[in-house]
Design a binder for this molecule. Structure first.
Ligand SMILES: [Fe+2]
Ligand SMILES: [Fe+2]
Length: 171
């Protein structure tokens, strides 16, 4: 534990920061797995573009889990040790892909990113001017989640536009 480093935290209980970071940690692992499995099972038109994006997002979520775990340890906490705990701690839940069509998978993933954005935005507000190190980490992750939403939305729009054009040319 970074004793002196942690002594500069003001106006927040360290235990409270560890609790919210563990919840975010659970979200990151579930998001990682969601993208990992979606990239394997996704079907439909332009799926290769979607697979490339989903694989990239999976790598980013795993990197986020690593960043959050390291901060929990610095604060003297323990990252969740059992995957079972991911489900009891998660903010955003796990969006099991039910419809494997690429458009549906992208829609599910956009919802997940929007949840992540709202959670990290709250963590940014909570830590601003109080715990600068956690603030820096959650700000970086927030920027990634905003980029994720944008990438998925752009891909979703390209694919749906392409489908509309094909339908028009066939009618
Ligand atoms: Fe993430
Ligand atoms: Fe994300």
């Amino acid at each position: 534990m970074a004793k002196f480093g942690n002594s500069i935290i003001k106006g927040l209980e360290i235990s409270e920061i560890i609790t919210v970071l563990n919840k975010a940690y659970a979200d990151e692992w579930l998001a990682y797995y969601q993208y990992f499995i979606e990239a394997k099972v996704v079907k439909g038109i332009m799926k290769d573009a979607a697979i490339a994006e989903l694989i990239q997002h999976a790598a980013d979520e795993l990197r986020h889990a690593d960043m959050v775990a390291n901060r929990i340890l610095q604060l003297g906490g323990t990252p969740l040790l059992n995957p079972k705990d991911w489900f009891t701690h998660t903010n955003c839940g796990y969006g099991e892909p039910k419809d494997l069509d690429v458009v549906s998978i992208l829609k599910d993933s956009i919802k997940g990113e929007q949840c992540a954005i709202s959670i990290y935005s709250k963590l940014v507000d909570m830590t601003r001017d109080k715990d600068i190190v956690t603030y820096d980490i959650v700000s970086q992750i927030l920027a990634d989640e905003v980029e994720h939403e944008e990438d998925l939305q752009a891909l979703h729009d390209d694919i749906t536009e392409f489908i509309t054009d094909i339908k028009k040319s066939l009618s």
